[in-house]
Design a protein around this ligand. Structure first.
Ligand SMILES: O=P(O)(O)OC[C@H]1O[C@H](O[C@H]2O[C@H](CO)[C@@H](O)[C@H](O)[C@H]2O)[C@H](O)[C@@H](O)[C@@H]1O
Ligand SMILES: O=c1ccn([C@@H]2O[C@H](COP(=O)(O)OP(=O)(O)O)[C@@H](O)[C@H]2O)c(=O)[nH]1
Length: 485
């Protein structure tokens, strides 16, 4: 059987619980199969020059972790810059927050090239390579240029916006063309597949071959949705462990006269946190019977602090939470508990179970694993209600949640009120259906179905190696071929 090589920017020890959906899901997948996990070490080390990070190898059970340090300039241009100040906002439909600084794309290309150079000597001929997320889109084309012939799949964890938003990205012809170096591209939702399909047809003049296959620039690309899931059994085990029970009991005791509402997110503008807080304020205003009762616990864990948009968001949120507590709070009740810290993953099931309403209301989200975790943590005899944004990838699967538009403050307040008042039999019915779907499409289904599709026979066209060109030349070449077509 071929060895699995997973590559992602963020790694975690698969034997330990991690925060961040990608690290959690990949850790759980690799713990099953064993293999090699390659990516950034999380360390910024200035001893090395740009693009010259050191590789560290260590074993974590059946998984070998191979990690590379980044130099400060690489970190600033590749991770903070192109990945999180350009691709993240654009792919989350936020062109207004994108910072198209010219040094960023150079850093991004440099780090992708360095990752290819460091990974290549660690590869075996029959490896299956699975690359993840927006940090590493051009990695396969860099590997192919170095002669790598193994099968390479790519999974994008974030949404794909409509073609005209993608086309606003200054280097989009180069970036998107590098996807052709993959044998299979997996996306979170059907909406994402439909957007990328339209981009391929309109911007890349691709020919549609059917069954999710496209031909462009003499290569063939396969495209398919593989909605990521959670490890249901592992999460249930976590929920039955003493720490989860302790968290739940402590919350029940402290809030015995209250109705708890819960949000758990990284502090990210895509997660719609201020919009959620405003909806909660509207709930207290429009339905005053919830005052002295409804209490919102908002865990907003620190994320990408050094990127301006994130620092601005923190300021906005802290002002908003302070104002609501000041306006509505009383000696014996504070409406909002805002926590700007990472909550240990083992505490997540207890927090979810103690909460009557789970608020997962991103403005855009690739999937959102918290939505699935919230459902799994519930007591089936007396479950809480999930209020879910229709703009989370998870909404395509979780139709029995109360689906909301996070931009509609009043509509969200009404949905929260409905959730708080929902009769037991309706809560049970919705919960049972949600559980069925989450169980069926768990993280193991996700890994299995992606890897089976990747192992399927090679496309009819023999994909030749794709030569990487300098960014400028690449862009010019891509636009001239587009205008010629
Ligand atoms: O690594 P960070 O910069 O700290 O960010 C954490 C991760 O955030 C994003 O997660 C995405 O993947 C989840 C699992 O598929 C999905 O549920 C969620 O909707 C996405 O936002 C990011 O894509 C990861 O690369 C980061 O590691
Ligand atoms: O303080 C926190 C915040 C988040 N998480 C976990 O991190 C993951 C977040 O994944 P999601 O897909 O919801 O969003 P992402 O942060 O990856 O965009 C979930 O498993 C959460 O339970 C956690 O353990 N502690």
């Amino acid at each position: 059987m071929s060895r699995l090589v997973v590559v992602s920017n963020r790694l975690a020890d698969p034997r330990k619980p991690a925060a961040g959906g990608l690290a959690v899901a990949l850790g759980e997948s690799l713990a099953r199969t064993g293999g090699l996990w390659f990516g950034w070490s999380g360390t910024v080390d200035d001893a090395a020059g740009p693009g010259e990070g050191q590789v560290h190898m260590r074993k974590a059970g059946s998984v070998t972790l191979a990690t590379v340090d980044l130099n400060q300039e690489d970190f600033a241009t590749y991770y903070q810059g192109y990945a999180n100040s350009v691709l993240w906002p654009v792919f989350h439909y936020r062109l207004d927050l994108a910072d198209f600084h010219s040094a960023y794309v150079d850093g991004y290309r440099r780090v992708n090239r360095m990752f290819a150079q460091k990974l290549l000597p660690l590869l075996r001929d029959d490896d299956t390579i699975w690359i993840h997320d927006y940090h590493l889109i051009p990695l396969a084309s860099e590997l192919r240029a170095l002669g790598c012939r193994q099968r390479i799949g790519f999974f994008l964890h974030i949404p794909v916006p409509p073609p005209l938003i993608l086309a606003a990205l200054p280097h989009h012809p180069w970036l998107m063309r590098s996807l052709l170096a993959y044998d299979l591209v997996g996306l979170q939702s059907q909406a994402d597949v439909s957007h990328l399909r339209r981009y391929l047809l309109s911007e890349m003049q691709a020919e549609e071959l059917g069954d999710g296959r496209f031909a462009a620039h003499g290569r063939e690309l396969r495209l398919q949705a593989f909605p990521i899931g959670i490890d249901v059994q592992e999460f249930e085990r976590l929920g039955a462990a003493p720490e989860a029970v302790q968290t739940r009991t402590a919350l029940h005791q402290e809030y015995s006269r209250r109705q708890l509402l819960l949000g758990i997110d990284r502090l990210d503008y895509s997660k719609g946190i201020p919009q959620r807080v405003r909806a909660f304020q509207q709930l207290l205003e429009k339905y005053p019977e919830n005052r002295h009762s409804a209490t919102l616990i908002m865990i907003a864990s620190p994320s990408r602090d050094d990127v301006n948009a994130y620092a601005d968001l923190r300021q906005e949120l802290e002002g908003l939470c302070g104002a609501i507590n000041g306006d509505y709070g009383d000696l014996d009740w504070m409406p909002l508990r805002y926590i700007h810290r990472v909550v240990a993953r083992r505490r997540v099931p207890g927090l979810c179970r103690a909460s009557r309403v789970g608020l997962v209301t991103p403005l855009r989200d690739g999937m959102n694993l918290v939505a699935k975790e919230y459902v799994v943590a519930q007591d089936p005899e007396d479950p809480g209600v999930l209020v879910l944004s229709r703009f989370a990838g998870a909404a395509e699967q979780l139709q029995e949640a109360l689906l909301v538009n996070p931009y509609d403050t009043e509509g969200m307040a009404d949905a929260i009120q409905t959730a708080l008042r929902m009769p037991l039999h309706e809560r049970q019915q919705r919960h049972a259906r949600l559980m069925e779907r989450i169980r069926e499409h768990d993280v193991h289904w996700w890994r299995r179905s992606f890897l089976e599709a990747l192992a399927a026979p090679a496309p009819a066209i023999l994909n030749p190696p794709l030569e990487p060109l300098p960014a400028q030349a690449d862009q010019a070449a891509a636009s001239s071929s587009a205008s010629a077509a």
